[in-house]
Design a protein around this ligand. Structure first.
Ligand SMILES: *Cc1c(COP(=O)(O)O)cnc(C)c1O
Length: 379
């Protein structure tokens, strides 16, 4: 059996060890500590956000953002239909109900037009959502300006789920830089990883002060333990932050490599009938966190599942595009504004191995296997 090629494995940069050593030397084997403070500052500098809060996961960051906005029982929150559940589960944690908004073809992200129509309709019924959570899918920013304009018009808070887009840009701004707050994830499969972790980022000092308090069991400012409300235990540990500092130093290089992986696949596969690659919207630079292609069975002669199975047989990990949230059994009965675009992307989309440590030989193995599915052979 040839060696397994994973979808997006962690890629250590070498600098992590020194920071971990620093953390152990200083005896800060604890949640919080100097590595956490430094990691927050470094992410602030890199992302352009003045305020950052290091937490245990991207999901926790979204949870805090929505809680700080005031999302609670009885509310609805609009969310991208095409996303991973980590950005949606916090809506349910807070007792609110999600309503899902379909994608647009040019970016695969939330369609501003659909969002506008949905807000117009729900506004006319005095039933506006409390917030909108927009996911930047597979490393590409959504159309922030269009979406932010619509949210402002209806007075609805906007949160960006930038878990997959850290390192990408929108009109020279950093991924996430729209609306009231953004969440990044440093889970093991993301473009940089701390093993597990996340960051909340915002330009709103009051929101961030409240998020910080909530993330530490809502301890009041007193020398004894005083609680006026119930919070969470969401702070990042000092050791985890040390890993993050080492990873962060590699971010630009990782984006460059992710884009090179995408370019290599595209160069060798885009002329094949029935294979199309995820488009890059004109407003920014995608991090190409994952390379995604669409398989059209009629012209390619095999469907997405046949390609995925062939890759698996060669010990190559490939995954279907996220199954849209409005198709998930757990969200049966939730409202959706459209959904056909997300369904089509799910039906035909395949995420190819996109690790930044992949060799050319690894990529050639993937390409050969894909081509083999239509009975051809390359090189
Ligand atoms: C990974 C991911 C999350 C969750 O991040 P965790 O750090 O794993 O909690 C949320 N939303 C999207 C779109 C993601 O890809």
């Amino acid at each position: 059996m040839p060696e397994r090629i994973h979808l997006s494995p962690p890629h250590l940069g070498g600098g992590e060890k020194a920071y971990i050593e620093e953390a152990t030397q200083s005896n800060y084997i604890a949640p919080l500590g100097p590595q956490v403070d430094a990691f927050e500052k470094e992410i602030a500098r890199k992302s352009g956000f003045p305020y950052t809060l290091a937490v245990v996961s991207g999901t926790a960051a979204i949870h805090l953002a929505l809680k700080c906005i005031g999302v609670g029982p009885g509310d609805t929150v609009a969310a991208s239909a095409l996303t991973f559940i980590g950005g949606v589960a916090p809506i349910v944690y807070l007792g609110a109900r999600p309503v899902f908004v379909d994608s647009e073809y040019c970016s695969w992200n939330m369609d501003p037009q659909r969002l506008g129509d949905m807000l117009e309709d729900s506004g006319s019924r005095y039933d506006l959502p409390r917030a909108v959570v927009v996911t930047d899918i597979y490393g590409q920013c959504a159309d922030y300006d269009a979406i932010a304009d619509i949210c402002t018009r209806y007075g609805v808070a906007l949160v960006i789920d930038a878990a997959e887009s850290f390192g990408a840009t929108y009109k020279e701004r950093s991924a996430g830089d729209a609306g009231i707050a953004a969440a990044y994830s440093f889970n093991g499969n993301k473009i940089i990883t701390t093993s597990g972790g996340g960051m909340l980022a915002s330009r709103e000092p009051a929101l961030m002060a409240y998020a910080r308090k909530l993330s530490q069991h809502a301890k009041e400012d007193a020398h004894f333990y005083e609680h006026r409300e119930v919070g969470f235990n969401y702070r990042m540990s000092n050791i985890v932050a040390a890993v993050g500092r080492g990873q962060l130093a590699m971010l630009e290089e990782r984006v460059r490599l992710k884009r090179a992986v995408f370019a290599y696949y595209k160069k060798h596969l885009e002329d094949v009938d029935g294979l199309d690659f995820m488009p890059e919207a004109p407003w920014g630079t995608s991090s190409r966190w994952l390379t995604v292609m669409l398989v059209s069975p009629d012209s390619f002669g095999a469907d997405r599942e046949a390609v995925r199975a062939a890759l698996e047989k060669e010990n190559i990990e490939a995954r279907p595009v996220w199954k849209p949230m409005h198709m998930q059994p757990v969200f049966e009965g939730c409202r959706a504004a459209g959904g056909a675009v997300a369904e089509e992307l799910f039906g035909r989309g395949l995420c190819l191995p996109s690790g930044t440590a992949m060799t050319r030989a690894d990529m050639d193995r993937v390409i050969r296997t894909v081509l083999g599915c239509r009975g051809l052979f390359c090189g």
